[in-house]
Ligand binder design. Structure first.
Ligand SMILES: *Cc1c(COP(=O)(O)O)cnc(C)c1O
Length: 429
């Protein structure tokens, strides 16, 4: 594959944009090489500016569950664009999208829209603190909740890929209220409550962690969190920015019986446009400004073009009852194919699937938490990633990310990917 144009574009970008990218995970730092600069998408494919085609298992890091250039979403966006890009005034599309979400999620009576997952989580945390009158929050090692100050402690995704578990520029005063617990380890949460029972506003968790690689929470663990929160008057927040509309139509909440007090959404909810949302019980949500005292706002929040993309996506998802089963079958075929191919060459691989989300660790032990994930062979992952990219398979460029299947992927593409993986495993064994 030739990458000359991408290499030049990367040089040009680095001269004027730090690291040449607007989000660090895009820079391929942990796997080496130059990130392909993208010309366009086409269903399941990405086409870069050198004309290389890749089967895209990143799908914009989750949002594009129908793949690139879905005609229904495109039509909704174009129709909305023609009416104006932004008004800073309410539109009925916001209410329509809110109604869809409220109908889907038992835990959500009211929802507010923002422009990113980071904002959704940051606002939900403020609301939890405002509602309970408490300052401390419990988060889990390896979970990523966006890049706001108090949540950038032992965070996953890019923050772990680059070995900066917490970032310079985040004052210790702002993270001293963030208590850390271990994923799938209820004892570590009990300890937080034993130490700070009356000051914990909320426990926030990715109920299906996707930012330390894919690591689902065990059912008994989630049940335990619910009981601990209830016993101590703390709120339980499910961060479903990634898993929402991905693991199932209702995210983790379509899989577990545990009900959170607040939920954060993002990614798929915008169909590729910048949208985040947070919602929950009415008594909590009513504390938000202008009805209540907890302030939260956004010039472009509920942007009409973004809302139309989200609405078109959700309505389409609802009309496809067998979609998640089909996506899960493809995801399972893919990772089981990876595992069998890796095993053939003596490479231990741990695999996991939830709906359209998949993960694989170069690890000989089952991965239940962040420490387990960190014990994976990142060098071998990097070699695998490079080999796959050169074969036309675009995977997330870190061991600590999740892969995504989209509805535009067919069985032939999955077979092609497994065949190519077999050749790459052979090279890196
Ligand atoms: C992606 C993600 C976020 C942050 O969303 P942005 O839109 O990137 O700000 C927060 N929480 C989880 C679980 C995520 O996967």
């Amino acid at each position: 594959m030739i990458h000359d144009k991408s290499i030049a574009a990367y040089e040009a970008a680095r001269a004027v944009i730090p690291g040449g990218v607007d989000s660090p995970v895009r820079a391929f730092k942990s796997v080496g090489g130059t990130p392909p600069f993208i010309e366009r998408g086409e269903g399941a494919y990405l086409i870069d500016i050198d004309g290389n085609r890749y089967i895209d298992y990143v799908q914009s890091w989750g949002p594009l569950i129908f793949g690139h250039c879905d005609t229904d979403i495109e039509a909704a966006v174009i129709g909305s664009v023609r009416k104006g890009l932004s008004f800073g005034a309410p539109t009925e599309t916001e209410t329509e999208l809110a109604k869809e979400i409220v109908a889907l999620f038992e835990s959500i009576d009211k929802v507010r829209f923002v422009s990113s997952g980071t904002e959704a989580v940051m606002s939900a945390i403020r609301l939890a603190r405002g509602f309970t009158g408490r300052d401390d929050i419990v988060k889990f090692e390896g979970c990523y909740h966006g890049h706001s100050d108090s949540l950038l402690v032992q965070a996953g995704s890019g923050a772990v890929t680059f070995g900066t578990p917490s970032s310079p520029g985040v004052p210790a005063d702002l993270t001293k209220h963030t208590l850390l617990a271990k994923y799938n380890d209820l004892g570590s949460v009990e300890k937080c409550f034993a130490d700070a029972s009356d000051s914990i506003a909320c426990v926030i968790i990715e109920p299906i962690a996707g930012n330390m690689g894919l690591v689902p929470a065990e059912e008994a663990f989630l049940e335990g969190l619910r009981q601990l929160c209830d016993a101590h008057g703390a709120l339980l927040i499910f961060d479903e920015v990634m898993s929402g509309f991905r693991a199932s139509l209702r995210g983790a909440q379509g899989i577990t019986s545990v009900t959170p007090d607040l939920v954060t959404l993002g990614k798929v909810i915008g169909g590729g446009m910048p949208v985040g949302a947070f919602g929950g019980r009415e008594e909590i949500m009513n504390r938000l400004s202008p009805d209540g005292p907890v302030y939260q706002a956004g010039t472009l929040s509920g942007n009409p073009v973004a809302m139309s993309a989200g609405l078109a996506s959700l309505r389409k998802l609802k009309e496809m009852p067998s979609l998640y089963r089909e996506l899960e079958q493809k995801a399972t075929r893919l990772v089981e194919g990876f595992r069998a191919a890796a095993e053939h060459f003596g490479i231990p691989l741990q695999v996991e699937v939830r709906g359209s989300m998949f993960g694989f660790f170069f690890n000989d032990k089952e991965v239940k938490n962040f420490d387990d994930a960190l014990a994976s062979d990142t060098e071998r992952f990097a070699a695998f990633h490079r080999g796959m990219l050169e074969s036309g398979i675009y995977l997330a460029c870190s061991q600590f990310e999740t892969g995504f299947i989209c509805s535009a992927m067919d069985d032939a593409m999955i077979s092609e990917t497994i065949d190519k993986a077999f050749k790459v495993f052979k090279e890196i064994a």
